[in-house]
Design a protein around this ligand. Structure first.
Ligand code: GAL
Length: 335
């Protein structure tokens, strides 16, 4: 091959690999959208609606700083709202914009940049036809510990922020949502100083809590919940509590969300498995339950430069005795 042709081929390969059209998922590498910008959707969650996947996540567009006067490792950025990306194949993502915009004018607003907006998750309510977003809302030193809710008529916003609350007066920190096949939806959140996880049934419109809940893992300090259902069993993957620093994941299985949860141990195997591959769980994607295709999403936080936090998405493997998540630097899947 002549020098120029070789150079051109190498260039094409480099561009192909570094842009959103890459057909592989590369753990912990920079992941770009269809405009070649780095995907900025941390602590994210996926909604599948009418043939399209929507990835919602924390939009971090400001430099990282340590919250003044706070003693623990409280690194943060200004809250930039919630970003949304769309995709047909879970690999190539188009930026849909900031679908929940921060309130730049009212310093008392929950979504003012001085606040914390984390782990947004969106589900669709078939009865009200609204897209409902829940998120962790906090103040600069994380003492507010509340859950915020916003709604939209379209998956790509704009979401209208309604309010924040502490369910039943209790703290609500790391969280996720789960919509079951019967249309019932649950808010799952760390509470009581992060010592306990609550599985709380939401009202029919998904905007408030019913007061029907199960407290689980009491005194175990689990956070970063990611939940999925397979063959009538519920699986929950969580992290321990060490702030932005990685720790050992754990999973549990239950026959009912509000039932008994049985702790099974660390599902991760391979390099750095006792530190969740340097990541922290945020969401489990049910890609094709009939074919046992599920993906676990982790965030690999970079606490000194939070915008540069990366994503680790890995397939979940099923065995007679439980699940495993194997480290893979790069992999691909067929839908
Ligand atoms: C982690 C939590 C993150 C973020 C961070 C702040 O424990 O999972 O979502 O809140 O603490 O230090």
């Amino acid at each position: 091959m002549k020098g120029t042709s070789f150079f051109l081929l190498s260039l094409i390969l480099i561009v192909f690999y570094s842009c959103g059209s890459s057909k592989t998922i590369r753990s912990g590498e920079i992941w770009t959208d269809t405009d070649q910008n780095t995907i900025n959707a941390h602590g994210g969650g996926i909604l599948y609606h009418n043939g399209t996947y929507y990835w919602y996540g924390e939009y971090k567009n400001d430099s990282t700083y340590h919250a003044p006067g706070v003693e623990w490792d409280c690194y943060r950025t200004e809250a930039g709202g919630v970003a949304c990306y769309s995709s047909k194949n879970l690999q190539s993502w188009k930026f849909e914009g900031i679908v929940l915009k921060p309130d730049m004018t009212d310093p008392t607003s929950d979504i003012h940049p001085s606040m914390v907006i984390e782990r947004p998750k969106v589900i669709y309510n078939d009865k009200t036809k609204k897209f409902v977003m829940w998120m962790h809302i906090d103040n600069y030193n994380y003492s507010k510990a509340a859950a915020g809710v916003a709604i939209s008529d379209s998956p790509t916003g704009n979401f209208q922020y309604l309010h924040s609350l502490r369910p039943g007066g209790e703290e609500s920190r790391d969280m996720t949502l789960f919509k079951d096949e019967d249309g019932k939806a649950y808010h799952i959140y760390s509470t009581k100083g992060n010592s306990t996880l609550f599985f709380h049934l939401l009202s029919d419109d998904y905007l408030t809590h019913t007061g029907i809940y199960r407290a689980a893992f009491s005194g175990k300090y689990r956070e970063a919940p990611a939940i999925f259902k397979r063959q009538n069993k519920y699986y929950l993957i969580t992290s321990g509590c060490s702030g932005w620093d990685p720790n050992e994941a754990e999973y549990a299985i239950a026959d009912s969300i509000l039932g008994e949860w049985k702790t099974m141990g660390n599902p991760c195997i391979g390099e750095n498995a006792n530190k969740s591959f340097g990541g922290q769980s945020t969401f489990a994607i049910s890609v094709d339950p009939k074919k046992d295709k599920y993906i676990i999403m982790f965030d690999r936080w970079n606490k000194l430069d939070l915008i540069d936090s990366r994503y680790i998405w890995l397939p979940i493997n099923f065995h007679p005795e439980g699940i495993s998540i194997e480290w893979k630097p790069e992999w691909s899947f067929k839908k």
